[in-house]
Design a protein around this ligand. Sequence first.
Ligand SMILES: NC(=O)c1ccc[n+]([C@@H]2O[C@H](COP(=O)([O-])OP(=O)(O)OC[C@H]3O[C@@H](n4cnc5c(N)ncnc54)[C@H](O)[C@@H]3O)[C@@H](O)[C@H]2O)c1
Length: 311
Amino acid sequence: MRKYGVIGLGQVGATVAYTLVQQGTVDELVLIDHNEALAQAQKIDLEDASARLASTTKIILNDYAALADAEVLIVASGNIKAIDMTSSKGRFGEYESNQAIVRDIAPKIVASGFKGILIDIMNPCDVMTDYLQRLTGFPHNRVFGTGTFLDTARMQKYVGQALGTNGKNVDGYVYGEHGNSQFVAWSTVRVNGEPIANFQAKQNLDLNQLEEDARQGAFAVMAGKGYTNFAIATCGVRLAEAVSADAQLACPVSAFDPEYGTYVGMPAVIGKNGIEHLIQLDLTTAEKASLTASAEFIKKNVDVLPQPVKN
Ligand SMILES: NC(=O)c1ccc[n+]([C@@H]2O[C@H](COP(=O)([O-])OP(=O)(O)OC[C@H]3O[C@@H](n4cnc5c(N)ncnc54)[C@H](O)[C@@H]3O)[C@@H](O)[C@H]2O)c1
């Protein structure tokens, strides 16, 4: 029996839930949202699809206790309307609302007896992932965030478009914060196996512009619909499935790095234990400095939050 939970049933959580039900990924799905009417509506809508689907998913609503034997919990709560696209605060528009959400949900998750892997999507992603780990007290490997998994997908798309190839043929990683201080570690990027530097010389690639396109990718979507959902839900589900399948999938996520004492976007291997291990690549001096600066920015914003009381 495969069972996941999703907290937050707005645009992102609903799309995660729909994907899981539509694919038949899980037998049971625990859906939680403090907006009772919305939660009920999402459940009914998903159940209405049931007769047309090959698989059947049992939906359990607003019952934290049901998380006790869930394999994966995806946190997609938040308040997307708090992000003002014209403000330089970016995803930190949700900093106040979402730290309060962490303080609300973390004790409930712990009390449920949840023993699985917690994947945070909620923004600002690295800060909230770190805060969720601190307030749940779960081991670092059992808590991680989607981090730069989506930003890396955007980078792959833009580089692929610039070079007339499928983004799937682009390897490499966006590191750092899922936010303004992220950067593309170009030393890691290869296209059809060739280092990006080879194409840069031949085809006059503007790497700064490609990096900025990836960084601003969310806002290109939000400008039209006020939220993003398909790509991030795809990322969240892919990571959850990597846990279930013990896939040992190498991908960039927001993982705890003891060197920085916080969560930050970097490549890691995902398996049944969540973060199996970090992938330490030989970054250039400039890339290493950018990662340090990004991690320090994240840690500073977690350290000032109310911390768990030590017994
Ligand atoms: N990491 C990424 O790459 C990425 C991408 C897209 C969105 N996001 C983030 O995901 C989050 C969700 O986005 P959205 O567009 O679905 O937002 P939304 O505002 O549409 O939905 C958030 C949902 O969370 C629920 N909620 C709020 N507080 C709660 C609580 N204490 N307990 C249970 N439920 C609670 C709300 O009722 C709402 O239904 C946001 O923080 C958003 O910024 C992250």
